[in-house]
Design a protein around this ligand. Sequence first.
Ligand code: SAM
Length: 273
Amino acid sequence: MNYRHAFHAGNHGDVLKHLALALILDALKRKPAPFGVLDTHAGRGLYDLTSNEAERSPEWTGGIGRLWGQAGLPAPLARLLVVVARFNPDGALRYYPGSPALVAEALREGDELAACELHPEEHSALKAALRSRQGVRIHARDGWEGLGALLPPQQKRGLVLIDPPYEAPGELELAGKALAAALRRFRHGLYLWWRPLKSESALEAVDAEIANLGAGEMLRADLWVDTPRLEGKLVGSSLLIVNPPFGLAEALSQCLPTLADLLAAGQSGWRVR
Ligand SMILES: C[S@@+](CC[C@H](N)C(=O)[O-])C[C@H]1O[C@@H](n2cnc3c(N)ncnc32)[C@H](O)[C@@H]1O
């Protein structure tokens, strides 16, 4: 396990994923009944953008850094920035919240987050970052195993975020199979699955497997900041959302043109379907 999200925190992929996450959390909170969230690959929760890793690989400057301080953003993006600003009370962008921090910030009484993080250092940092939060359980366990053991959530409604590092060959296909198995246990859950935008044929194949389960509605949202390529630096990402909440496709379609413009490093683009 060599992957460290600190090198990538706040980049274009995080912005896309966390925008969708924030919109899904808003949708879950439209109903008073409590919900559960399972974050299978949680990371350290809070990223210091002045850390050695972020300084060596300042990907955030092409992501959240380009949005910070922008006026006139579409409302869902402006709301995401308000949440990020809560982690930066002195007004300068220094801390970027990862998925478990964003979820913890959104929880109400009775809502719960189960976050799995296998790397010992990242796990300790996550525990420290979320130590006083109500409703948060942090597991030092394999996220794939967590998908089997921790679903369905006690609340019987909620979200599963699947965001592995894709450092092992075949992890895309493994994630697809794990999602298919999870859907059999928690059929009506919302699923948000982040994937690198590299091979269109590989993404189509895994998505077809999920579609063949008759799993329910599926929404795919892609954002690229340069022409996607198989090798080298990641320039785009793709979300698959199963059982998307009402209005999510419209909200993403409202924001992605702005993201493609502001985050462009070359031939940028977006797609929601
Ligand atoms: C892409 S990062 C997660 C970022 C986080 N979801 C966010 O949006 O802020 C992937 C994380 O998974 C962790 N990891 C790798 N393999 C794992 C496994 N099998 N189970 C749980 N965590 C794992 C890595 O240490 C890394 O912190």
